[in-house]
Design a protein around this ligand. Structure first.
Ligand SMILES: Cc1ncc(C[n+]2csc(CCOP(=O)(O)OP(=O)(O)O)c2C)c(N)n1
Length: 318
């Protein structure tokens, strides 16, 4: 049973992810962040619901749109921000940036710029847990577009066959870059694909953090007990463009407006108010606390040194 503290911690994490990504959009527009960033604003209920049932020693593999997934798994905002800035105090000493951030300490086996690239890597950690006989679970996040990659099908098949402790979590925002779901697949519910591999497939409302958590709890518990993988599809919405700076000319202006009606944060906030777990003044306090955390993280990142040339060949295979 969840208590008030659990509810508030999930709510706070969702707000933290949203505000942090809004700040990233702003900083990116100022030209301070190298490379590309992909924000997950509107999708916060998925990583928060899923990671709320994970242990610190469980693994996740996150995507190119994986800031929320990494934060929900527990990494420190300051070192996360330093990584996005490409600075020495970042989790990967500035080499990974937004799209390849990893942290052994938090079981984050890596975001991935290759669509579907994290799926077979997750198979590896899940295989390791089974082989070593421990009960660490791996959650592999990916988008709807990634379900058309060969890696997705090969990995589901092997994970099913070997009964691996793996949860395949499709964060379905209805778009693969500039292509809507109806143009890249005939399926409406992508969880149906689980059937081909003989594993359970579930579709949930990915804008409802408690529904996501409930489904994730079942899938993670199955995996932990050695009962094998699950495909969990969480349907949500991408509020912004594919990448920061994408003007979304390919998308109907009405749709861009309408998806905001499904705001997972507002929805959870309303529920917590009804449950008397949250008051308007608490909302303000949480916002102020998060603003301070983000200000501190940005200052930390901006003061962190740029890696020197001597770092180029360190921690890489040559
Ligand atoms: C193997 C591969 N093919 C194509 C691309 C270009 N690309 C980057 S993101 C993306 C769409 C991914 O869509 P989805 O998996 O639904 O994730 P989302 O961006 O919606 O989070 C594509 C095609 C890539 N990075 N890697």
């Amino acid at each position: 049973m969840l208590n008030k503290k659990d509810f508030l911690s999930m709510y706070t994490m969702m707000v933290r992810i949203r505000r942090m990504e809004e700040r990233l959009l702003d900083i990116f527009a100022q030209g301070k962040i190298p490379g590309f960033i992909h924000v997950s604003i509107g999708q916060e209920a998925v990583p928060v619901g899923v990671c709320s049932v994970l242990r610190e020693d469980d693994f996740i593999s996150n995507t190119h749109r994986g800031h929320g997934q990494a934060l929900a798994k527990g990494i420190d905002l300051k070192r996360f921000m330093a990584e996005i800035y490409g600075r020495l105090d970042g989790y990967c000493r500035g080499k990974a940036g937004s799209m390849h951030i990893a942290s052994k300490e938090f079981g984050i086996i890596g975001s991935n710029g290759v669509v579907g690239g994290g799926i077979p890597i997750s198979l590896g950690t899940a295989f390791a847990s089974a082989y070593q006989g421990n009960d660490r679970v791996t959650v592999c996040f990916f988008g709807d577009g990634a379900t058309n990659e060969g890696t997705f099908h090969e990995s589901l098949n092997l994970a099913a066959l070997w009964n691996l402790p793996l949860v395949f979590c499709c964060e379905n925002n209805g778009w693969a870059e500039f292509t809507p779901q109806r143009v890249h697949t005939r399926l409406e519910n992508l969880s149906l694909r689980a059937e081909s591999y003989g594993i359970p497939g579930v579709t949930v409302d990915g804008n409802d953090v408690l529904k996501v958590r409930e489904a994730a709890e079942k899938a993670v518990s199955r995996a932990r007990k050695g009962e094998g993988p699950t495909l969990l599809e969480c349907k949500t919405h991408r509020w912004y463009g594919h990448f920061a700076g994408d003007s979304q000319k390919y998308r109907d202006a009405k749709e861009i407006e309408e998806v905001r009606k499904f705001d997972p944060i507002l929805r959870f906030q309303n529920l917590l108010m009804e449950m008397k777990h949250l008051k308007p003044e608490d909302v303000e306090k949480i916002e102020a606390k998060i603003k301070l955390e983000i200000d501190e993280a940005v200052a930390f990142a901006e003061h962190s040194p740029v890696p020197g040339e001597n770092e180029l060949l360190q921690d890489v295979y040559v």
